[in-house]
Each structure stands twice: as structure tokens, then as C-alpha cells.
Design a binder for this molecule. Structure first.
Ligand code: FAD
Length: 474
């Protein structure tokens, strides 16, 4: 059966892949010239990759790891040492490590916390551990009930010291959601923490060995095309056209020119961000409770900065948590990523979050502010010794859904009240939040829902056909 999918981010790509595996024919449309959506990247005039975002993979990403294994590209993940590294703003240039020993979970993470004496006192560690007990012992149901609290509110209810917040949770909150602990839902951070605590290698980090469109998205496209599907870039969904009964009649699509054409399929999927599908909802769907709930979700701003230096700043082969007010995480990609490797020069890739106050500022302002933060992270080299060769800023005014308290109630299922229309995207309901893993899982869930509907439709029309044939024979 033909399935039209709008959006070739990881959700749309994963949906197309799993639909192909189930014997369907996906027709995947991507508005941009590049695959990947929030993992998209392109080459600048010097041939250097410019990325939408610095992307870290985790051991606790079962669906992403399975997808890559199915495509035969697992070796493209460069796994790092099992350690979490934090900067210490009060001790510029000195890193604090949580080395996770190779023993069963959750003891490995607990030992790493107990062994680290840079950031928390014993008293703080013990109160932190006691505070976390309900989340560990009472499981995901309890974790979901914490969606009504901000992380700070929940930590205070547990009697956890505010120092734990400033030391650990600012880093976790900004890295996972691009917002601060006073704004983020407690459920989000506790969900991630639970996944990390339950699996031996859950918090182990990997980077892709090159740019995501080539190293991750293209193999999915090749797989889909090999199984008879189609992928069209620079092709947008312009309008969802309905039948009189409110079901989808066709997608009205268009390329770079003004002409539009009709794309007719057996089922239709939006794998666009929540902000875009809200704009494209047909008028007669807008009053339906299911679609009205989407108004409760909105993408969060984030900025990715890449800076090329004339010398080596570090040899740390890992993601680092900056713990600065401006920056979230960063890595020297000339060390951490094979395709970006350079033995003599550094290329730092940094995520600037929360970015609401910065999104309308000039690239120059953003680079200057980043450089003054970097002077605290690399006091020996910046500003006096390392020279900036060039810098690139990519602003995403609306990225993943803003994970403030209460958002779980607004996240939609992949199946909708419209029988031939489905949603996909990391904002839809799945257990892995607004992440690459969440996008891949949502695509898989959408493919399952589409397949289920198409199969039951096929069975009922076959049954109908048999009944009609039986009647004719009688
Ligand atoms: C700076 C940054 C850092 C990140 N870091 C991490 C990380 O370290 N680890 C992690 O797991 N996740 C990270 N994420 C989150 C992760 O990238 C996303 O959760 C995931 O990629 C979302 O995929 P998606 O398919 O749901 O949505 P999107 O990637 O938004 O895909 C939607 C697609 O729809 C297309 N589209 C829009 N309108 C139309 C139209 N009219 N017709 C056709 N196509 C259309 C868009 O161009 C886009 O390709 C990061 C994100 C950013 C921005």
C-alpha cells in the first residue's frame, strides 16, 4: 500500500524504513534540500560540515541502536569512555569526571557519584540519593506523576540540596531539553535518569563518525528505495485536502516552483514538527479535541555554534557539560569525530541554551558571548593563544517541544481520529522524550499504527468482497 509521509527528519525516515520492511511503499517528502531535519548538516564554501546540532547518542537508545544494526551501520558510532565530564566554573579549566565502572547498573552510576568529590559533599550525596529513591523504586508510573512539578519544585519536595541543582541538574536539564531546571518538567529528567540507572551502558555516550545526513539518513533512504519506496527532497506538503467525510483525499505538494500536484495514497503521515502541522491542519479538524491539544506544544529555541581554531585546545574525546549560564554541552569534534578529525587544529561544537534571549541576536554577538565563556573553559589558550579561523552559527527558533510541566497531557498518539491520517515526530507520545531515540521510536510506532489500519481495512474489504461474491453466487 502507498503511504505518503511529509518530513524526512529521523521520525519520517524511521517511519518510511519500517513501512518498507512491512511491505508498504512509502513516498517520503522533505521540504529542505537536506535530509535529517534537526540532525541536518550541509557543507560550507570551504567544504566543512555545518550542523544543525551537536548530537550525542546514548547506550540507553535501544531503537536507534537497533535501527543502525538493521542497516549494518552500527560501526559508525564512536563509543567514548564511560564517563560524564563537567566543567567547574569556580575552577576554570579544571574538569570534574564521573567515571562509571564496568559493574552492573545501578551500582555503576552510584559508585561514579560516590567517587566524585569535586562537586558534592557526602551529606549532599546522601540526601540526593535518598531523594531519588522513589523515582527508582516506584518506577515509570511514579515518574510520570511528577510531570506536574518543575524539576526544582520536585527536588525541594524531596529535600535535595539546592547545590545538587546548580551542580548537576542545570547541566542535565540544559543538555536534555535546552531549558533550565526551574522551567523543565521533573518527569523529563527523572525519565532520563531512570533509563541511565537501569542499564549498565545506558549513560555511555557515542558520536556518529561523520555528518548525520550522509552517515545516518542516507542509508535509511537507500534501504527505502531498494524496497521500492520513494524519497523526494525540496518537495513540501502544501495542503492536506479532505474528502467530504473529513478523511484525507490527497496531499497537495510542490517543489521549488509555484506549481502544485496531488499525491494520492492509501494512508498519510505528518512527520513534520508540531509547530508546522499546527499551521497545516485543515479547518474542519481544528475544532477536534485531539488536534486542539497540539496547541499545548511548542518548539523550544536552541542555537548551535561551531568554532574552528588555529591550534589544538584539548585532547578530551568526550561530550562535556559546560555548566555555564550560556552554554549547555560541547565537544571538540576534531578529536571526537572521525570525519572532522584534525591533529593540529580544534573545531569546537557547542550548544547554546536556553536560547530565547539570543535567537534574535546577530551571529557576531553570539560568537563574542561564546568566546567569553570559552575563555573560562580554556583559560590557558583563550583569548591570548588560540586564534579563531572561522565560526558558524545555526539558529533553530523552534526545535523539539518545550518540556515544561504538564506537557504529557498534550502529546498525541501516532494514530489520530482521522482513519487514514497519522502523526510522527519526537513530540508524539513515546517514552524517549524529544530526542533522536524518541524520533526513531515514534517513526516505528507510526509505521505499526499505519500497518495495523491498512491491514484491518484490507481484511474488512476482503470480507466485504467475499460476502458480495457469496451473495452473487447464491
Ligand atoms: C541543537 C540540537 C542538539 C540536539 N542534541 C541532541 C542530542 O545530543 N541527542 C539527541 O538524542 N537528540 C538531540 N537533539 C534532538 C533531536 O535532533 C530531535 O529530537 C530529532 O532529530 C527530531 O526528529 P523529528 O523527525 O521528530 O523532527 P524534525 O527533525 O524536526 O523533522 C521534521 C522534518 O519535517 C520537514 N518539514 C517541515 N515542513 C515540511 C513540509 N511542509 N513538507 C515536507 N517536509 C517538511 C523538516 O524540514 C524536517 O526535516 C538535538 C536537537 C538540536 C536542535
Amino acid at each position: 500500500m502507498r503511504v505518503a509521509i511529509a518530513g524526512a527528519g529521523l521520525a519520517g525516515l524511521s517511519c518510511a524504513k519500517y513501512l518498507s520492511d512491512l511491505g508498504h511503499t512509502p513516498i517520503l517528502l522533505e521540504r529542505s534540500a537536506t535530509l535529517g531535519g534537526l540532525v541536518a548538516a550541509w557543507k560550507d564554501e570551504d567544504g566543512d560540515w555545518v550542523e544543525t546540532g551537536l548530537h550525542a547518542f546514548f547506550g540507553a537508545y535501544p531503537n536507534m541502536l537497533q535501527l543502525m544494526a538493521e542497516l549494518g551501520i552500527s560501526d559508525r558510532l564512536q563509543w567514548k569512555q564511560h564517563t560524564l565530564i563537567f566543567n567547574q566554573p569556580e575552577k576554570p579549566g579544571i574538569l570534574s569526571r564521573f567515571d562509571v565502572p564496568n559493574i552492573p547498573a545501578p551500582f555503576n552510576v552510584i559508585v561514579s557519584i560516590l567517587r566524585n568529590n569535586d562537586m558534592l559533599t557526602w551529606n549532599q550525596k546522601i540526601r540526593f540519593a535518598i531523594g531519588l529513591i522513589p523515582a527508582i523504586v516506584r518506577g515509570q508510573k511514579y515518574v510520570e506523576s511528577t510531570d506536574k512539578y518543575s524539576l526544582i519544585e520536585w527536588l525541594r519536595l524531596q529535600g535535595v540540596d539546592d547545590k545538587v541543582n546548580t551542580d548537576i541538574f542545570i547541566a542535565a536539564s540544559k543538555a536534555l531539553t535546552f531549558i533550565n531546571p526551574e522551567d523543565v518538567s521533573a518527569m523529563i529528567i527523572l525519565t532520563a535518569l531512570n533509563k541511565f540507572l537501569q542499564q549498565r551502558y545506558g549513560s555511555k555516550i557515542a558520536f556518529l563518525d561523520g555528518a548525520p545526513p550522509e552517515r545516518l539518513c542516507q542509508p535509511i533512504v537507500d534501504h527505502v528505495i531498494a524496497l521500492g519506496g520513494e524519497v523526494h527532497t525540496e518537495t513540501s506538503l502544501r495542503e492536506i485536502v479532505l474528502n467530504p467525510d473529513g478523511s484525507v483525499k490527497h496531499f497537495l505538494i510542490g517543489g521549488l516552483g509555484p506549481e502544485s500536484q496531488e499525491l494520492v495514497a492509501d494512508a498519510y503521515v505528518s512527520a513534520m514538527s508540531v509547530d508546522i502541522i499546527k499551521l497545516l491542519l485543515p479547518r474542519s479538524w481544528q475544532g477536534m479535541e485531539f488536534f486542539q491539544k497540539l496547541e499545548g506544544l511548542e518548539g523550544v529555541p536552541v542555537i548551535n555554534v561551531q568554532i574552528w581554531f588555529d591550534c589544538k585546545l584539548t585532547d578530551v574525546d568526550q561530550l562535556l557539560f559546560s555548566r555555564s549560564p550560556l552554554l549547555s554541552v560541547y565537544a571538540d569534534m576534531s578529536v571526537a569525530c572521525k570525519e572532522y578529525a584534525d591533529p593540529d587544529k580544534s573545531m569546537l561544537e557547542l550548544v547554546l541554551a536556553p536560547a530565547a534571549d539570543w535567537i534574535s541576536k546577530s551571529d557576531q554577538d553570539i560568537i563574542e558571548a561564546t568566546m567569553s565563556e570559552l575563555a573560562k573553559l580554556f583559560p590557558a589558550q583563550i583569548p591570548d593563544h588560540a586564534k579563531v579561523l572561522k565560526a558558524r552559527v545555526v539558529k533553530t527558533p523552534r526545535s523539539v517541544y518545550t518540556a515544561i510541566p504538564g506537557r504529557q497531557a498534550y502529546r498525541p498518539s501516532q494514530a489520530t481520529p482521522i482513519p487514514n491520517f497519522f502523526l510522527s515526530g519526537s513530540y508524539t507520545m513515546q517514552e524517549y522524550l524529544g530526542s533522536m531515540e524518541g524520533a526513531v521510536l515514534s517513526g516505528k510506532l507510526t509505521a505499526k499504527a499505519v500497518n495495523h489500519t491498512l491491514k484491518s481495512h484490507l481484511i474488512s474489504s476482503q470480507t466485504l468482497g467475499q460476502t458480495t461474491a457469496a451473495k452473487a453466487l447464491a
